[in-house]
Write a protein that binds this ligand. Structure first.
Ligand code: URA
Length: 408
């Protein structure tokens, strides 16, 4: 039976809900071995899945764990997810903006694996900040201030966790049907009414071309329709790091700058405004133009930053103790020219070597290290001018500027 199912998928045939259910649950209870699941995942990766198979797999992942219900909290609960990238601190900026506009956001974020930290690691660089709130605490906070960003409560889609770990070591992470069911199962189990997904494309992201991002977008919207949840997607660039800061404390500081209305980085600010406007438009059924006006207002009048401070204070963080390493090193330009490229993937690898991310879940993150860019792509630079400052703690790692920058 196990072999028949692997064979069926290898031949590109459609598996029924019952077949997928028995195979995937069989893996959880030990009847299907790692090597058999690996073969199935590779067959899926190569042959794809039909929409019915994707809906079935998403349902199987959702039903493997808890499904949270926040329907007793009044109002539309809107969630956002990013497929991840280098310097992606958008959650820290968008969630307070949406709450300042009157939206309700219950955001369960994760930790990073590889490159920089995840949102939870970034928030934990604020000493004392609590990321393990109970459902009761989430409810109390949301009713009081309209926003919460916390680690996952309950056991959401535990089957996805084990399958993801196997995908990670069998070169099957980039399968679009598997990414769609993995992300959507966790979002739906998390209890949001409406969901915004920021799909990153580029060398620092999971997907490297726009056509794949569009396919993923269409699939996630279809899964949302199936569950009667409005899903919107934005496809955004991840060839260049997002913003100036890479690394946990540095990214929190940059998020604060943006919330205080500092417009230095137009791409980061524009993306955050676009994403926040989508969430507000979904929350209140208004046009994106109207939503964008609200976003600009709360950035201008200080109420978005005030929401961020309220969240930090509710979750017991102390912003005055945020710590950035005092050991720094400046990367200087080897020549005059225009910056043609700042490689997101190479900077991600560098930040990992500095200790800002983890290679294994058991590694410990150093919140104080990272990279602060001094110039963006397209800017002029003179020989000897500072391109970036490296914040390090242990030993400074070898850095090859030519791998990171293209200056002509
Ligand atoms: N993020 C997830 O949660 N799952 C994937 O498959 C890819 C990115």
């Amino acid at each position: 039976m196990i072999l028949d199912l692997i064979n069926k998928k290898r031949l590109g045939q459609e598996l029924t809900y019952q077949e997928l259910d028995s195979f995937f649950n069989g893996y959880l209870n030990g009847e299907v071995a790692d090597y058999q699941m690996s073969a199935m995942l590779m067959a899926i990766c190569i042959n794809g899945m039909t929409d019915d198979e994707i809906f079935a797999l998403t349902k199987i992942f959702i039903e493997s764990g808890d499904v949270l219900d926040f329907s007793h909290i009044e109002g539309v609960k809107v969630d956002k997810h990013s497929t991840g990238g280098i310097g992606d601190k958008t959650t820290l900026i968008i969630v307070p903006i949406v709450a300042a506009c009157g939206g309700i956001v219950i955001k369960m974020s994760g930790r990073g694996l590889g490159y920089t930290g995840g949102t939870i690691d970034k928030l934990e660089s604020i000493p004392g900040f609590r990321t393990n709130l109970s459902e009761k605490e989430i409810e109390k906070q949301v009713k009081s201030i309209g926003l919460v960003v916390t680690g996952q409560t309950g056991d959401l889609a535990p089957m996805d966790k084990v399958i993801y770990a196997l995908r990670d070591v069998t070169a099957t992470v980039s399968s679009i049907p598997l990414i769609a069911s993995s992300i959507m199962s966790k979002k739906i189990a998390g209890g949001a009414d409406k969901i915004l997904i920021d799909i990153k494309v580029g060398n620092g992201a999971l997907l490297s071309n726009k056509a794949d991002a569009k396919k993923l977008s269409d699939l996630m919207i279809k899964i949302g329709d199936y569950y009667h949840k409005e899903v919107r997607t934005v496809i955004s660039d991840m060839n260049t790091p997002l913003g100036y800061a890479i690394g946990n404390s540095l990214e929190v500081l940059e998020a604060i700058d943006v919330l205080k209305g500092y417009e230095k980085n137009s791409f980061l600010v524009e993306l955050c405004k676009e994403l926040a406007a989508d969430m507000i438009s979904m929350s209140f059924n208004i046009s994106n133009e109207e939503a964008l006006k609200k976003v600009n207002n709360v950035l201008k009048d200080g109420s978005a930053y005030q929401k961020f401070e309220e969240m930090v204070s509710f979750q017991k963080g102390d912003l005055s103790k945020l710590c950035v390493s005092e050991k720094t090193f400046e990367l200087k330009s080897p020549k005059d020219g225009i910056i043609q490229k700042i490689d997101a993937l190479q900077l991600g690898k560098l930040s990992l070597q500095l200790g800002a991310g983890k290679e294994k879940m058991s590694d410990k993150i150093d919140h104080s290290v990272g990279i602060l860019l001094n110039k963006q792509k397209g800017e002029k630079v003179k020989k000897g001018e500072v391109l970036a400052t490296i914040y390090y703690q242990k030993k400074l790692v070898d850095i090859n500027i030519d791998n990171i920058y293209k200056i002509d």
